[in-house]
Design a protein around this ligand. Structure first.
Ligand SMILES: NC(=O)c1ccc[n+]([C@@H]2O[C@H](COP(=O)([O-])OP(=O)(O)OC[C@H]3O[C@@H](n4cnc5c(N)ncnc54)[C@H](O)[C@@H]3O)[C@@H](O)[C@H]2O)c1
Length: 437
């Protein structure tokens, strides 16, 4: 019988460190402040609005997730962050243009108090961006130490008990694992020699993980997803999650594709295109940053449809993903999907999806949930990759040799079963024979 995990209570204050005060992070922070004031609802957040069924369907037990597991309260969150621009969180939120000015005015005081610390930044890794608020250092090791210093000062200044860090910075250029990424020793040596295979996001990830702080990556770049930082996470007890928040078009893709596959409907082609006009769109207009995003978006269908198991249905699938930077749309992205389907006896059909979404409105509840669940994982003694948080990501981190699970509904089941497991409740298999015996 599983007795559950010993979980330390969520006492005291939780510091939420956000790298990058852009559209996603300012919408998250401002949203939490608005919810705290009772002027808005945390729609889309599982930790704030979700429930979890326990026991048999006949028992009628479905507590709120926040009552079932000890999650930090919104009033206990304190925010800090880095950005290459000097704008405080209020100014950055106005620039991002996601939330209405009138709404931001109501929380202006709290938002203006959050001023970004100078960033670790190098244009080599994000070509379409440049800003003045940047640290100088003798080496990448020195920069990592400066980040650790920022974290420690923030912790002391606010009397924080615990911390989490989420990379909400821009998508860095496409990189693959290299020798410097293979062990903690090699990585630390490479930090000292300022090896070009260590981009800025890895320096923040290293600083957090070295301090035993949970770390999540909202963007698709490698960041903590390398053997060296996984090893460090095990050593320091840091839970890790990533990569690339599952919002917008990919969210819809991972809702629709499992349904088509469940009914064994063939897919011959899936053409996805987007227009977006925010800073993220501008960065992704650079082919090297787009390549990182494209890889992240494209892997999803292969894993869900499993062409190796269903060659007649999915082997020749043509999957194309495009992102077009179109300034007039700002953060309000529009995505089109054309799906070419094949049914009974090979007869063809088409499905068209037109999603007029708001990227950061979909992303903010995820950042909140991931921060709170990672803090929970840390208090429950879980470290390394938290596969149960795959639910939130386009390219879920996974153990070597294991394929990632992309089906949103399997991911949700895994997440809720992990919560049941933490509390020593029976896992739900949906077998249900007992109702008919
Ligand atoms: N909005 C979404 O729905 C969504 C979904 C999935 C992934 N993402 C990813 O999340 C990230 C953030 O998205 P966004 O819409 O907020 O973008 P954004 O461009 O509005 O914000 C990114 C911020 O990060 C800052 N930044 C860049 N490099 C930095 C560094 N090294 N240190 C500190 N700050 C740095 C930039 O100055 C900017 O303010 C992007 O990588 C994006 O691809 C967003």
């Amino acid at each position: 019988m599983n007795k559950g995990l010993p979980i330390a209570p969520a006492k005291g204050k939780l510091g939420v460190l956000l790298v990058g005060l852009g559209a996603v992070s300012t919408t998250t922070i401002a949203g939490i402040m608005a919810v705290r004031k009772g002027i808005a609802k945390p729609i889309g957040s599982l930790t704030q609005m979700g429930t979890v069924r326990l026991g048999k369907r006949t028992e009628g037990r479905s507590p709120a997730i926040s009552e079932f597991v000890p999650i930090a309260g919104l009033d206990d969150l304190v925010f800090g962050g880095w950005d290459i621009f000097e704008d405080d969180c209020y100014e950055a939120a106005v620039t991002a243009g996601v939330l209405e000015k009138q709404q931001l005015e109501q929380i202006k005081g709290e938002l203006s108090a959050i001023k970004p610390w100078p960033a670790v930044f190098d244009r080599q890794y994000v070509k379409r961006l440049d800003g003045p608020n940047v640290k100088k250092g003798r080496s990448k090791k020195d920069l990592a130490e400066q980040v650790i210093d920022d974290i420690r000062k923030f912790k002391a200044a606010h009397g924080l008990d615990r911390l989490v860090m989420v990379w909400c910075g821009s998508t860095e250029v496409f990189m693959t694992e290299s020798a410097a990424h293979q062990s903690v020793a090699a990585f630390e040596k490479a930090l000292e020699s300022s090896d070009p295979s260590i981009p800025s996001s890895m320096i923040y990830a290293y600083a957090a993980i070295k301090e035993g702080i949970p770390y999540a990556n909202a963007a698709p770049n490698l960041s903590a997803d390398i053997p060296a930082l996984l090893e460090l996470g095990q050593e320091t007890g840091s839970p890790l999650a990533g990569k690339d928040l599952k919002t917008g078009q990919t969210l819809i893709k991972t809702i629709i594709a499992p349904g088509l596959k469940a009914r064994l409907i063939g897919v011959e082609g899936w053409y996805s295109t987007n227009i977006l006009g925010n800073r993220d769109g501008e960065v992704l207009d650079d082919p090297e940053s787009f390549k990182t995003k494209e890889e992240s978006k494209k892997s999803v269908l292969d894993y869900i449809l499993q062409p190796n198991l269903y060659p007649d249905l999915y082997q020749d699938l043509c999957h194309v993903v495009r992102i077009n930077y179109y300034p007039p749309r700002g953060d309000n992205k529009e995505g089109w999907d054309n799906i070419d389907l094949v049914g009974w006896l090979g007869y063809k059909m088409q499905l068209k999806i037109n999603f007029l979404c708001r990227d950061s409105i979909l992303a903010a509840p995820i950042v909140l949930d991931v921060a709170l669940f990672l803090d929970l994982a840390k208090r429950a003694g879980l470290s390394g990759i938290q596969e149960w948080l795959s639910f939130y990501f386009k390219s879920p981190m996974h153990a070597p040799g294991l394929y990632p699970e992309h089906d949103l509904f399997i991911q949700l089941m895994k997440l809720k079963n992990t919560l049941r497991y933490m509390r020593g409740e029976e896992l739900i298999t949906h077998l249900g024979r007992e109702y008919y015996d």
